[in-house]
Design a protein around this ligand. Sequence first.
Ligand code: SDX
Length: 460
Amino acid sequence: MTNQEVAKITLGENTFDFPVVQGTEGEKAIDISTLRSKTGYITIDEGFANTGACQSAITYIDGEKGKLRYRGIPIEVMAENSTFIETAYLIIYGELPTRKEMSNFSQKVLRNASLHEAMMHFFDGGFPFSAHPMAILSSLLNSVGCYYPYMVTNQREQDLEHFDDAAALLLSKVRTIAAMTYRMKNGLPLIYPKRDLGYSQNFLHMMFTEPYHEYYPHDDITKALDLILLLHADHEQNCSTSTVRMVASSGANLFASVSAGVCALWGPLHGGANMQVIQMLQEIHATGDDGTKFIERAKRGEAKLMGFGHRLYKTYDPRAIILRGAAEKVLNIVKLKDPLLDIARRLEEKARSDSYFIDRNLYPNVDFYSGIILKAIGMPLDMFTVMFAIGRMPGWIAHWREVASKPKGKISRPRQVYIGSPLRDYVKMRYREGEISSDYESDDHKSHGFGSSENASAKA
Ligand code: SDX
């Protein structure tokens, strides 16, 4: 007698058994992969709030308790001890690297920092200055693959064979594309990466160095940026990562999949929120409101408190707690008394005591404080979501590989409940509304009876 837990679903007179799947931390799921064949029914769950799309070994989140772990290691421990590139290695390969593995990985990322020279044309009239950096990023991440055709064959085995090179290349070049996009949009000369700088320092160099003035960021600024990237590195089945997995499930290559992930991340409810947080704080500041009026608007459903709420976290997003401390530190370094931080703190305090937010478990999420740090570092607003994409690249890469490596992996193809028009005929233009009267007699007066032809073909 197995002690396999079973879920029973009763439909009318019949009761059906479905196996229960249990995860490492005891979370449980009903495996309904035979539901339709057994019962003719499907499930429906708009936004997939109750639906597991896969089993994954990369990141664990306990939203009720505010826990987040990368390959089993708590985010607080990673934030305290690791770097973005070491975290990227852990998320992609599943284990912390040895000294030799870390050196090889860092060198591979460093060697891949520059772009194929032909890509420079994209930054010379390839896009209007007004183009949003996320549109450019998504386009160029796909374009990069064109220069490495052996990595983008859409043949699983070959794409997996070149996975390590493709992963290091994307991790490195996403940063260069982002920096060159910023330079192009602002009419600044493109700055090439340097061989002797770390990941985040090289990015800041490419962003802010001038041909006549080398930019040397304060160590704590570089660390704050590296921390933001580390904290964004993965977050299990969020909208953009699920998009990457969906695209990967069709057999598409890594470059196409992460390019699609950038598009999903761009949305204001997802990665675009960090930009919206600053715009919200600026609006509150400009109107002289201390946040009270804005909160009342949010409670009336007239506005959203951007940077608050989360599909999973029903307490603080652990990343927000870490970033709140980092924001304070960065502002002290840049000696910036940013009134927006004071407003952010007041909003947080007010929301924490207001039943509207408490009843809905609306706490600050990762985006609430990241925007304040990015602004203090000098990042322009339209680059905020690009920073999120750079940070999320390791997660997207790891999830692509998890899908691509699954033997007999199935293409993702959800079902639906159809609520459209019942079967009806095709009506020729002359008999539609506004045309001549429908009592006009003629041979072709009859509508083209698809119904009968559908029935006829069914009988054929
Ligand atoms: C990220 O999924 C991830 O892991 C994402 C992410 C990652 O690392 O990949 O963590 C990154 O995307 C963080 C979230 C960033 N987005 C924002 O900060 C935008 C503001 N937040 C909301 O849009 C919202 O909270 C979501 C989208 C984050 C979550 O939405 P849900 O889970 O679909 O919840 P919901 O919209 O159904 O809201 C439930 C209730 C509603 O009120 P009622 O209809 O019950 O009266 O809460 C209200 C909502 O109106 N509500 C808010 C609110 N968020 C939800 N009210 C005011 N302000 C808000 N921010």
